[in-house]
Design a protein around this ligand. Structure first.
Ligand code: SF4
Length: 228
């Protein structure tokens, strides 16, 4: 009799995630190749597009994409030679150069920045509740990874200084973003937000506790001070 316990479940979940990643990678590879790009070059263009002109240093690019500095450097050198990326003085680090998309780079980034169509259409075929459940699961996994040094720092709501979980108890969009000054619903949770500001470790813990308990963060704080 096959063991359908927790280990088997974990293995099935890992298989599913790896299967999705493989399909997405294969699709992206075909698209990138047709555009004359390697997958790493395409990922760098898409990353610079998501940061919306903020300009990233080479080390930030390597860190965010989980690639080595030499790999990032080779890919950026090629992108600069192709006229898709420019280097300008960084405003945050005088010793470093910031990478920005050129006008041609922005056009190319729009072509490679979207989700792989076949995988996207499979996810879109799910109902809204299933998509919300999937997003919620991804938020939990990425947050757990964020607490390790094995993954780049997440730029998502549940670790953001601007996020107030369950401020509007019982509402369809119960959370609040103090940057957007707007309610945030289960389908609005961001995974890579350009406006993200990382909260302190204490704030991140309080936000996650409140998010899980479905209580406002103020209530979570007061409960922590007075557990009775
Ligand atoms: S700034 Fe972005 S990541 Fe932060 S709470 Fe608002 S939407 Fe979420």
């Amino acid at each position: 009799m096959k063991n359908y316990g927790s280990v088997a479940l974990l293995e099935r979940l890992m298989f599913g995630l790896q299967r999705l990643a493989a399909v997405g990678r294969a699709e992206a590879w075909q698209r990138d190749q047709a555009l004359g790009l390697t997958p790493t070059q395409a990922e760098i263009l898409a990353l610079l597009q998501r940061r919306k002109g903020a300009g990233l240093t080479l080390s930030s690019v390597a860190e965010e994409l989980c690639i080595s500095m030499p790999t990032a450097s080779d890919a950026v050198t090629t992108l600069v030679r192709k006229g898709l990326v420019t280097k300008v003085a960084s405003v945050t680090d005088r010793r470093a150069m910031a990478l920005r998309l050129s006008a041609r780079g922005r056009v190319m980034a729009r072509k490679v920045g979207g989700p792989p169509p076949v995988l996207a259409s499979a996810v879109a075929s799910l109902g809204v509740d299933e998509q919300a459940g999937m997003l919620r699961g991804l938020v939990g996994v990425i947050r757990a990874l964020d607490a390790t040094s094995a993954a780049p720092l997440a730029r998502m709501c549940v670790v953001c200084e601007h996020f107030e979980p369950h401020r509007y108890s019982g509402a369809d969009r119960p959370h609040h973003c103090t940057y957007l000054m707007s309610p945030v619903g289960p389908l609005d949770l961001q995974l890579d937000c350009p406006a993200h500001v990382r909260g302190t470790a204490l704030h991140r813990d309080q936000v996650w506790a409140a998010f899980m308990k479905k209580t406002p963060i103020v209530q979570a704080r007061s409960k922590r001070r007075n557990p009775c």
